[in-house]
Write a protein that binds this ligand. Structure first.
Ligand SMILES: Nc1ncnc2c1ncn2[C@@H]1O[C@H](COP(=O)(O)OP(=O)(O)OP(=O)(O)O)[C@@H](O)[C@H]1O
Length: 572
C-alpha cells in the first residue's frame, strides 16, 4: 500500500528537501534503536519477575529482575530526552533556519512582477507558519511514521512469539483502529487546510490595518475594522476551532479504540490463562506490549496526519521555489554608453501599459519623462535596470541585450530612486551604506549633496535610528536619505521617479543642480515644472507611447499634449 500517494513533482521536491538533512539520520537510528530495545525489554522483565514470583519463588531472581527493570526505565527516559533534544536541534531548528534563509533568498530573486502580484502577507506566512510546519510535518512526521512502522513490526513479531491466538485478536482490533483513524485523518487534513487559508487571509489583513493606522485614526475606522478585519478574524477563529475539534476527535478515537482493544485482549487472555495456554507473566507482558503497540500505531498515524496536514504548507513553501527567478549572472557593465528601446511592450496581467516604445538614451543625457498620472512612467523606468522585463521587444545597453548583463553590475550602475522607497529600522548611516564599507568622507559628501543638514541636528546624528520604514523622519528627510543611499554608489545613470516630491522646491533645486553636475546621465520623472525644465530633453508619453520629445521651449510651442499635461497636472 502506498501511504504517501502524492504527485510526482511533490514527491521529488520533498526528497530533495530531505536529502539535505539525511546526515543526521544515524543519530536518530541509534537513539530510536535504543528506545526500541528498552521498550522490548520492559515487558519481558515484568514477565520474568512475575513468573519468578508466581512459579519459582526465587527472591534473588525477583530482586535482580526488579533492579534491571528500574535501570531500563531510567535509561528509557534518558534516551527519550536525547531523542527529542536531537530532533529539535538537528532537524527542527536546523531546517527552519536553513529553509527560511533559502526562501528569503529566493523571494529576493523573484522578478518584481511576481513580488508585486503576490501578497506580502503570503510571504510572511511562509516564514511564520509554512517553514516551521514544513520542518516538523513533512520531515519529522514522515520520519515518525516510518520509525513507528518499524517498531510495530518488531512488536508484532514478539507478540506472535508470546501467543499466536492473542496476537490475532490484537491484529483485528488494530485494523479497526486503523480504519476509523484513516477516516478521521481526512477530516483533520481538510480542517487544517481551511485553518491555514483563513490564517493567511487574517495575517494579510492585519498587516494592512497596522500599516493603515494613520488613515484609520483619521477616518474613525470602526466600521472598516468590523468589515475588513473582524470578519477575517472570525473566519480564522471558526476554522481554528474546527481544526482543534477534528484533532480532539481523532485523539479520542485513539483512546476509545485502545480501551476496547485492551478489554477484549484482557478478557481473551484470562480465558487462555484459565485454560492453561499462557502464564500470568505472559498475559501481563502481552498487555504491556499491546499498550505500547497502540502507542506505536498512534504515533505512526500522528506522523502520517502531521505529514498530510502539512502538505499545504509544503505547497506554499515549494511554490516560491517554482517561480521563475531573475538570471543574475552575466557580463559586467563597465561604461554606460547608450540604452535603446526597440518596439518595447509591457503588460501587467494582460493589461497593456507600454505599447511599442522606440527611443534611445545616451550617456550624458539629462532627460525628463512627462505624462499623465498612470500613463506608465514608473513602469517604463523600471525596465532600465531590469526591475521589470518587457513582455515584448528588446532593450539594449551599449548594443547588447540587457539580459546579458549581470544584475549586480546593471543595478549598481543604473540606479532607480522612487518617492516611496523605504528606510529600514536602523541608523541613518546603515540606511545609506546598507552595511557596505564606505569611507566616512564619502558618506559626508553625499549627505551634503542631498542637503541633509538636518542629520547633524538629530540627537545621535548619523547614528540616529530612523524607526520602522523611517517613520521618525519627515517625508522630505526620508527621501533625501534614500537619495544619499543611491548617490554614494556613484551610479553612471540615475533615475529619479518623483524621488524628491516631499522636499521643498528650493532645497530640491539645490539638490538637482549638484546631481546634474555630478552624475553623467540623469532621467527625471517629476510633477514639478521647475524640475522638468532642467532637463535638456523631455519625452512626452501618451497611451504607452512616446508622443514627442524636445526641450521645454520647443515642446511648449509645438506639443499640445505637453501644455495640456503641464496645465492639468503640474505645480510650479
Ligand atoms: N503591480 C502592478 N500590477 C498591475 N497593474 C499595475 C501595477 N503597477 C502599475 N500598474 C498599472 O499600470 C499603469 C501604469 O502605472 P505606472 O505606475 O507606471 O504609471 P505612472 O505614469 O508612473 O503613474 P504616476 O504618475 O501616477 O506615478 C497604471 O494604470 C497602473 O494601474
Amino acid at each position: 500500500m502506498n501511504l504517501f500517494l502524492f504527485t510526482g513533482h511533490l514527491r521529488d521536491d520533498i526528497r530533495k528537501f530531505e536529502r539535505k538533512y539525511k546526515k543526521h539520520y544515524p543519530i536518530f537510528f541509534l537513539l530510536e534503536g535504543l528506545f526500541l530495545t528498552t521498550n522490548v525489554l520492559t515487558p519481558l522483565l515484568i514477565k520474568k519477575t512475575i513468573d519468578s514470583a508466581f512459579y519459582r519463588g526465587d527472591v534473588g531472581e525477583i530482586a535482580l529482575f526488579s533492579v534491571l527493570y528500574f535501570i531500563v526505565l531510567v535509561a528509557q527516559s534518558f534516551i527519550m530526552y536525547k531523542l527529542n533534544y536531537s530532533a529539535a536541534k538537528y532537524l527542527l531548528n536546523a531546517s527552519r533556519a536553513r529553509e527560511s534563509k533559502s526562501a528569503y533568498a529566493k523571494i529576493l530573486a523573484l522578478p518584481l512582477t511576481y513580488a508585486n502580484s503576490q501578497n506580502t502577507g503570503d510571504y510572511l506566512s511562509v516564514f511564520m507558519r509554512d517553514v516551521p510546519k514544513v520542518a516538523s510535518g513533512v520531515y519529522l512526521g514522515r520520519l515518525q511514521f516510518f520509525f513507528n512502522l518499524g517498531f510495530f513490526l518488531a512488536v508484532l513479531f514478539l507478540l506472535f512469539i508470546l501467543s499466536v491466538k492473542l496476537t490475532l485478536v490484537v491484529l483485528v482490533s488494530i485494523v479497526l483502529f486503523f480504519v476509523s483513524t484513516s477516516i478521521l485523518r481526512k477530516m483533520v487534513i481538510r480542517a487544517s487546510q481551511r485553518d491555514q487559508e483563513s490564517y493567511q487571509r487574517f495575517l494579510k489583513r492585519s498587516r494592512e490595518v497596522v500599516e493603515g493606522i494613520p488613515v484609520l485614526k483619521q477616518f474613525s475606522g470602526s466600521s472598516f475594522l468590523k468589515n475588513f478585519l473582524d470578519s477575517s478574524a472570525g473566519e480564522w477563529s471558526r476554522a481554528s476551532i474546527a481544526h482543534s475539534t477534528a484533532n480532539e476527535l481523532s485523539n479520542r478515537n485513539i483512546d476509545i479504540n485502545r480501551w476496547i482493544g485492551s478489554t477484549i485482549v484482557l478478557a481473551f487472555g484470562i480465558y487462555l490463562l484459565w485454560k492453561g495456554e499462557i502464564s500470568v507473566g505472559t498475559l501481563l507482558a502481552f498487555e504491556s506490549y499491546m499498550n505500547w503497540m497502540y502507542d506505536i500505531v498512534r504515533m505512526a498515524l500522528t506522523g502520517l496526519t502531521m505529514f498530510f496536514s502539512t502538505l499545504p504548507n509544503w505547497e506554499n513553501f515549494a511554490r516560491i521555489f517554482s517561480m521563475p527567478f531573475e538570471r543574475a549572472s552575466g557580463i559586467n557593465l563597465e561604461k554606460f554608453e547608450k540604452l535603446q528601446l526597440r518596439n518595447v511592450y509591457f503588460k501587467y496581467d494582460g493589461t497593456p501599459v507600454l505599447t511599442g516604445l522606440n527611443f534611445e538614451i545616451n550617456s550624458g543625457d539629462k532627460i525628463a519623462i512627462v505624462a499623465r498620472s498612470g500613463a506608465g512612467k514608473s513602469t517604463l523606468v523600471s525596465l532600465f535596470n531590469r526591475l521589470l522585463s518587457p513582455t515584448e521587444g528588446e532593450i539594449l545597453i551599449n548594443g547588447v541585450p540587457i539580459e546579458q548583463y549581470s544584475l549586480q553590475s546593471l543595478r549598481r550602475n543604473i540606479v532607480l530612486v522612487r518617492s516611496n522607497d523605504i528606510l529600514f529600522d536602523t541608523t541613518i548611516r546603515n540606511n545609506i551604506t546598507l552595511f557596505e564599507d564606505f569611507p566616512e568622507d564619502e558618506i559626508e559628501n553625499v549627505l551634503k549633496m542631498c542637503e541633509c543638514d538636518f542629520v547633524e541636528k538629530l540627537e545621535s546624528g548619523i547614528d540616529t535610528i530612523v524607526g520602522e520604514r523611517g517613520t521618525k523622519l519627515s517625508d522630505g528627510q526620508r527621501q533625501r536619505i534614500v537619495l544619499a543611499r543611491a548617490l554614494i554608489r556613484k551610479p553612471q545613470v540615475l533615475i529619479l521617479d518623483e524621488a524628491t516630491s516631499g522636499v521643498d522646491g528650493k532645497t530640491e533645486e539645490r539638490i538637482f543642480e549638484k546631481i546634474l553636475r555630478e552624475i553623467e546621465t540623469v532621467i527625471i520623472i517629476s510633477h514639478r515644472l521647475s524640475t522638468v525644465r532642467k532637463a535638456k530633453k523631455i519625452y512626452v508619453m501618451e497611451n504607452g507611447r512616446i508622443l514627442d520629445s524636445g526641450s521645454h521651449e520647443e515642446l511648449i510651442v509645438r506639443c499640445e499634449k505637453y501644455t495640456e499635461i503641464l496645465k492639468e497636472q503640474f505645480v510650479e
